[in-house]
Design a protein around this ligand. Structure first.
Ligand SMILES: [Zn+2]
Length: 453
């Protein structure tokens, strides 16, 4: 039994009663306890911010209206389903299977009440990324809906395709599950109406400026980091929630935008827009970003809004990463000394900073390509097998013994390939460089003098 109390918009009460009567009728037909809604006389007024319809490209309008609400209680039950051999099944969740643009599962998971939520938590399954499998027939199909069921006695959970449910449990089970899903949807509708940002009539187009949306995403990313659509707390959802019922910092941001005042996250949004609008990359993601950054506003009631908001929400963090990369590359180019080091075959002690570590799959096996820099800015490279490579960390400084094997050039950058590297010693950055040549003959001393540093 689930019992929850909500504040319900009085304009919605007649719609709600019709809905309850339909569910009750279906429940009685199936021999189940019908859900019960009790509306009390207790009333209150609530301020709600509404975004009203505007033309694309114009700033949105916000307006505060008052909504009259009444306290109501909804009670419903999540029945056990009796199967063969006295098995009793509890339905934990309905899974609606969807994919993101890359084809990865991003399912909508609808747990049945707090009981379903708690048991799912205990099982620790990530149903958002679950494939649409059926553990009854085990055939691979592109199912739209599956249910997660739990055997009460053994605690074992099974994912069953909706069309197999009757065969798996007993005839009539799918109808019961569908009723439970609709009851659950009503619980959700009621909690949405209870939300102070709820809008009763949101069918019309609802435009939000792209710049404002990016600024909210920028603020949200700064506050909580960026989280992908498939994660438990996606940034996209946080942004949509902030638009619906803004927290204090977002409300201030919206006000600044509305009044044309300066705000750090609005400036950041402008930089993001300029960056992607001027990008000429053919990468699919960047191409989508470019076209979205070029529209003035997006419609939150458009059926593609999920994809659009998801992509826009990721741009502030992608932009930041791009900027860091550019800075790194500029710094790298500024300190580069484009020349080879020493004479080939010379072996000695080198002082190098590891700048890059990359694994390559060559036809004769995996190779690890380690790129180094010396204090003069020259580039070194050591190609080795992953299994024999010492445990080195990018950004750290090392003293090591190696042989100068080749003088090479790649895309205009000269580098010295080294091999037979050993005796690695991690050292602090300001450690004086060791003398390169180990042999102490006259020839060696001469060579050392010529090398200089
Ligand atoms: Zn099946």
């Amino acid at each position: 039994m689930e019992r929850r109390t909500f504040w319900v918009d009085t304009d919605m009460l007649s719609w709600l009663m019709t809905k309850i009567n339909q569910l009750a009728k279906r429940a009685r037909k199936l021999g189940l306890q019908p859900p019960v809604l009790t509306v009390s006389d207790e009333e209150r007024l609530e301020d709600v911010t509404q975004f009203t319809k505007i033309e694309p490209g114009e700033p949105y309008h916000e307006q505060v209206i008052q909504i009259r609400k009444r306290r109501a209680t909804l009670e419903g039950e999540w029945p056990q389903l009796s199967g063969q051999d006295n098995q009793q099944w509890l339905a934990l969740a309905k899974i609606e299977h969807e994919k993101d643009p890359e084809g990865q599962p991003v399912n909508l998971v609808k747990p049945f009440g707090t009981q379903g939520e708690e048991r799912l938590e205990q099982l620790g399954l990530d149903l958002h990324q679950q494939k649409p499998n059926c553990e009854h027939c085990s055939t691979l199909r592109n199912r739209k809906t599956t249910y997660l069921l739990q055997d009460i006695n053994s605690g074992e959970a099974k994912q069953i395709g909706s069309t197999c449910v009757d065969d798996f449990i007993a005839p009539g089970s799918l109808n019961k599950l569908a009723l439970m899903a609709d009851t659950q949807a009503l619980f959700l509708d009621l909690s949405k109406m209870d939300d102070p940002g709820y809008e009763p009539t949101q069918r019309a187009a609802r435009y939000v400026d792209t710049k404002l949306l990016l600024a909210i995403a920028s603020l949200e990313t700064e506050r909580n980091g960026f989280h992908k659509s498939a994660s438990r707390t996606p940034t996209k959802l946080a942004v949509l929630n902030e638009i619906q019922s803004p927290s204090k910092p977002v409300a201030e941001l919206m006000q600044a935008h509305h009044r044309g005042e300066a705000h750090p996250h609005l400036s950041n949004a402008e930089a993001v827009i300029a960056h992607y609008r001027s990008s000429d990359s053919t990468n699919n993601f960047v191409a989508n970003a470019r076209s979205l950054a070029s529209v003035a506003a997006i419609d939150l009631n458009d059926r593609n809004h999920n994809f659009q908001v998801g992509l826009l929400a990721s741009l502030p963090s992608c932009y930041q990463r791009d900027m860091e990369k550019q800075k790194e590359q500029a710094l790298d180019a500024a300190t580069l000394l484009n020349e080879h080091y020493g004479e080939l075959k010379q072996r000695g002690r080198l002082a190098l900073k590891l700048t890059k570590s990359r694994l390559h799959n060559f036809h004769d096996g995996d190779k690890l390509r380690l790129t180094f820099r010396d204090s003069g800015g020259r580039t070194f490279e050591w190609l080795t097998t992953p299994s024999s490579a010492p445990d080195l960390e990018v950004g750290k400084h090392y003293h090591l013994t190696g042989t100068l094997a080749h003088h090479k050039e790649y895309k205009g950058t000269k580098f010295t390939a080294i091999n037979r590297c050993k005796d690695f010693e991690e050292v602090p950055e300001d450690t004086p460089n060791p003398e390169f040549l180990i042999k102490k003959g006259k020839k060696a001393r001469q060579a050392q003098a010529e090398l200089g540093r």
